[in-house]
Design a protein around this ligand. Structure first.
Ligand code: SAM
Length: 283
């Protein structure tokens, strides 16, 4: 078996279906000197399924600050270390970001082995627009903080991808419906697993549906369609907006103000405003 180069290997692992473990992920986890993982019981099961006997060390939210300097020192001395999380891509709502940053700062070679990720799987399976999306991760647990975070998200012209727990799902969907409006959405549960389920509907429909049931079991991604683009005013409406302003503003200021409201280029509005003035003067 060829030797592996030194450095940090960030390795994605299955989010449920072990068939999604890539050949490259198996090879890297077999060859590295050690595997930094969130929980040795969870990763231990994965390793034993693939007959991998590489030693593990715990690297999670509770001990990362303490453990990181030792990992960096080992890497500086030429070790090859893999970072995995309990499931999916490390550093995505999981530990890893600071270790990756430290490697980059210390010029330690960094390799990412791509693979399963719940956010992208849920996004694609939702059938909602994929051309522009924002990954939110978890929303705040407390309703007040959640509502203000949703307020901020409501203005973003992109599909939203949110991680949520079964316990909070119904309340969270109700908050989403009240702040984001009744947008199309999908709740994707237990992706890639035996009881995989995707429910699609408007946010209010989904909030009612889950509000009337016991909290669902398993892991959940909520995907929400972007806000509808505001329709542009037609020429008559633009003329009315400009005429109202031309009684007390210059052509330039009236055009600027309407441009700001409608996002229509100022030059177009300026030309309409000049035409309106000429028509008024009978020229
Ligand atoms: N790093 C992981 C990834 O790349 O997807 C995410 C880790 S985060 C701590 C765990 C959350 O991801 C869960 O609470 C759930 O919202 C989502 N998730 C993970 N596996 C999932 C699955 N099989 N189906 C639906 N959502 C899942």
């Amino acid at each position: 078996m060829s030797k592996i180069k030194n450095g940090l290997f960030v390795v994605a692992t299955p989010i449920g279906n072990l068939g999604d473990m890539s050949a490259r992920a198996q090879e890297i986890l077999t060859k590295v000197d050690k595997i930094a993982c969130e929980d040795t019981r969870v990763t231990g099961k994965l390793l034993s399924r693939f007959s991998i006997i590489t030693p593990m060390t715990v690297y999670n939210d509770h001990n990362a600050g303490k453990i990181r300097p030792g990992l960096i020192a080992d890497l500086m001395h030429g070790a090859a270390i893999a970072l995995v999380s309990d499931a999916g891509m490390p550093a995505i709502s999981d530990p890893g970001y600071k270790l990756i940053q430290a490697c980059i700062n210390d010029s330690i070679p960094l390799t990412v082995i791509p693979g399963p990720n719940a956010a992208l799987t849920g996004l694609v399976q939702s059938g909602l627009p994929t051309n522009r999306f924002l990954f939110q991760g978890y929303l705040p647990v407390k309703s007040g903080a959640r509502l203000s975070e949703l307020e901020e998200l409501s203005r973003i012209p992109a599909t939203l991808v949110v991680y949520e727990s079964g316990k909070r799902l119904a309340k969270s969907l109700a908050d989403m419906a009240s702040v984001l409006g009744d947008r199309p959405a999908a709740v994707a549960r237990e992706l890639t697993k035996l009881h995989e389920e995707v429910r699609r509907g408007s946010l209010a429909e989904l909030a009612n549906l889950y509000g009337a049931e016991l909290a669902p079991r398993g892991e959940i991604v909520v995907v929400i369609a972007p806000p509808e683009a505001p329709s542009l005013p037609n020429e008559l409406e633009l003329e009315a907006m400009l005429a109202g302003r031309l009684s007390h503003l210059s052509v330039k200021d009236a055009a600027s103000e309407v441009a700001q409201i409608t996002q229509i280029p100022r030059k177009i509005l300026y030309d309409i405003a000049v035409r309106l003035l000429h028509e008024k003067d009978g020229r």
